[in-house]
Each structure stands twice: as C-alpha cells, then as structure tokens.
Design a protein around this ligand. Sequence first.
Ligand code: NAD
Length: 428
Amino acid sequence: MSQQVEEKQETKKASQENFNVFERTQQIFLTALQKLGYGEDVYELLKEPVRLLTVRIPVKMDDGSTKIFTGYRAQHNDAVGPTKGGIRFHPDVTEEEVKALSMWMSIKCGISDLPYGGGKGGIQCDPRSMSFGELERLSRGYVRAISQIVGPTKDIPAPDVFTNSQIMAWMMDEYSHIREFDSPGFITGKPLVLGGSAGRESSTAQGVTICIREAAKVAGINLEGAKVIIQGFGNAGSFLAKFMHDSGAKIVGISDAYGALYDAEGLDIDYLLDNRDSFGTVTTLFSTTISNKELLVQECDILVPAAIENQITEENAADIKAKIVVEAANGPTTLNATEILTDRGVLLVPDVLASSGGVIVSYFEWVQNNQGYYWTEEEVQAKLEKLLKASFHNVHCTSVEKKVDMRLSAYIVGIRRMAEAVKWRGWV
Ligand code: NAD
C-alpha cells in the first residue's frame, strides 16, 4: 500500500471515530452560547448557515469533453455585516465541510472584531490534474453560478486550499464583467496590481508566527533554537517555516500530501523553499521519508498542523511530544484530542485564532479597495500584529478566567458579538 493511500485511510478512520467537522462545530457553538447565557433560540439560528447554495458547473476540458463540477457557497450569518471566507478546490470538499468552515469564519471574524460574518466556498475537483485553461474556466464558471449571492457588500470570497492569487484574479475579472464595473472589493487575496494588499500572501503565516511568539511567552519557551514541526508545506506552512527559521527556531520536520521529512538537527529550509512546487509538494524529491502520522509524534517543542482536518485525534494525542500546538490548518484537532492535550498541559492555540491572520489582512485588503488608498507592507504588518496580539491575550485571559480550554474560550469570545447582533436586529 502506498504511503499516500495509507494516510488517506488513516484520515478517514479518524474522522469516523470522532464527530464529523460540522457536528463538532455545532457542539462547541452550543457550549459557547450556553457559557454566555444565551438560550436555545440563538443556538437554533446560529447552528448552521442561513444560506447554502449548491451549484453544478459545466467546464469544457482540453480534450473536448465537458465535465460537470459540484461547488458550494455557504453564508453562516450576516447580522454583523457581509459574510467572508475562502474558496477551496479539493476532491474531498463536501457540503458539511463547507458549512462548518463558514461557521469557523464567523468565529475568526468575531475574535478580532472584523465587521463580517463567516462564509466559505468549495469545489469538488483536483486542480493538480487540471490545466491552466481548465482551471480558469472552472473559476469563472463558479463565479457565474454564485454571482447572485456574493458581492463587496454581501459576501467576499478569498483563497483557501489549492486556490491562489491567479484564481482570485480570474474570479474578480469575471465578477466585474457580470456587474459591468471594476469590483476589486468582491474578492481578496488578489495580485498586488489588481488591488491586492501588501503582505496578504504571507498573512496567515504571519498571524501564526505572532500566535507562536505569544504562546511561547505564556509557556516559558525560548524561540531561539526551539524545535518546530510543521505539517503541510503550502501557503501557510512554507511561509511559516521561513519566518520561524529566520527568527532562530529550528525546523526539524515538515510534510506534504505525499510524506514527511524529519531531522532532529534541523532541515535545510532554504533548499526546501526553493524546490517546493506551487501545490506545496517537496517530499517527492527525497527517497527517505516518513509518514505524516509518524511526523506528528516526533520530538519537538512546537507542533504546527498546517495541512488538513482531523490529524490529531484520540489515537495520537497522548503521543504528541510538543509543549505548544498551534493550529494553522482549519480543524486539525478533534474535540476529544483537544481535551487530552489540555489535560496533559499542552498549550493549544486553536485554528479560529491561530489562522486568522489571513482573514484579518483580507479585511485590510477590502478596506483599502473600498477607500482606494493603499498601505505599505510595514503598515499592514503593524496593524496585524496589534490586532492579533490583543486577540490572543483576550482568548487566553478568557480561558483562564472561565477555566475552559483555549478552543472553547476562542468560541466564547468569537460568538459573543454575533449573538448580540441577532438579538439587536430582532431575529430571535
Ligand atoms: P495549500 O494548498 O497551499 O497547501 C496545503 C499543504 O498541505 C500542501 O503542502 C499539501 O501537500 C499538504 N497536504 C494536502 N493533503 C495532505 C494530507 N492528506 N496530509 C498531509 N499534508 C497534506 O493550503 P494552505 O493555504 O497552506 O492551507 C493549509 C491549511 O491552512 C488549510 O487547513 C487551510 O484551510 C488553512 N488556512 C489557510 C489560509 C491561507 O490564507 N492560505 C488561511 C487560513 C487557514
């Protein structure tokens, strides 16, 4: 059995043993709302997206055939403002996943007081096996299919797994054609020349770096020489590896969808960055690799899951050696595993906080598009640092005060404003 197939089966097993991501999200929404003293009525409204659109997108393939792709756009709740969240291109995209991801976006926006509710989109496809032209036709077809429910004051998409600034550019161009005026504020994560923000591409990793720094202070870990493992070497993982390496930490492990590399003495990060492909693949260049599963339990101080969901589960949580786990990926740790790690004294910085740098700078991009005045990278970074540091300490203090783990604390902080907004609007 190939390593990749082995990992796929492990992931499937882990997700079957635990709740699916959507049920997991509903459970924590319920607990957070109860802790805030809200009744069943607020939970009934917020327990799933107010809007979910399923679309079928016909795409002319290069061989002359037509292939029909299934896509989704979920809008969790727009009581606070327009919805916002990325678009994922992946073969495993499901309706349940997109719904859960839109709810997580609400929490991310709420934690940092961004004037948005959460949204998310996805298309079932494998962009690694598609040509540039096929990807462009799929991206434009998706925008045509969802154009009625999105827009700069309705729902603002962004990149996510296997989508990038080129795809955002095609989507913005298609939307502008439909509306018959230039609409840079329709989507974020665009190239700089089309109204992208300085610092957007590396913003998720910048945010994770800020959270690692603050978490290390809380846990009393010196980052100079600290051993770091990063699962995933795509947009989030590779920039993070660079930032941590540049700040003196030792990157001892990295991985991609095909396997993992581990060296207790530290990996040659510059070589890996220079040789990774645009899908974040690099381990295929090496003959000696370990599996992603093995990587997670190797010796380190800081573990950063930056790939996919359900990687730290009841099965391996007790074997994790890290003192800090910082979730760059969405949903890499199950609720049971969160409990096991917290009981063991591991400081877990949850996804909704750790990976919020992307949506924060996306918000900055949208603000700049709306005002037509652009900031320097230094200005963007300073604003991100100020906002995220405050958010980290707000979540950490709430966790200490309410004696709850960091994940529940993040949900309590993140859902509060939306719950208040639906009450003020008289929706419940
Ligand atoms: P990406 O597509 O750029 O990279 C994904 C990486 O994960 C690649 O290295 C890929 O090989 C690896 N991967 C894919 N399947 C895997 C598997 N089964 N096992 C191990 N590795 C696997 O994606 P990204 O933008 O870096 O996103 C990674 C995670 O971070 C996702 O959970 C995403 O939702 C989250 N995130 C990303 C952003 C962002 O701005 N990029 C923002 C917030 C959250």
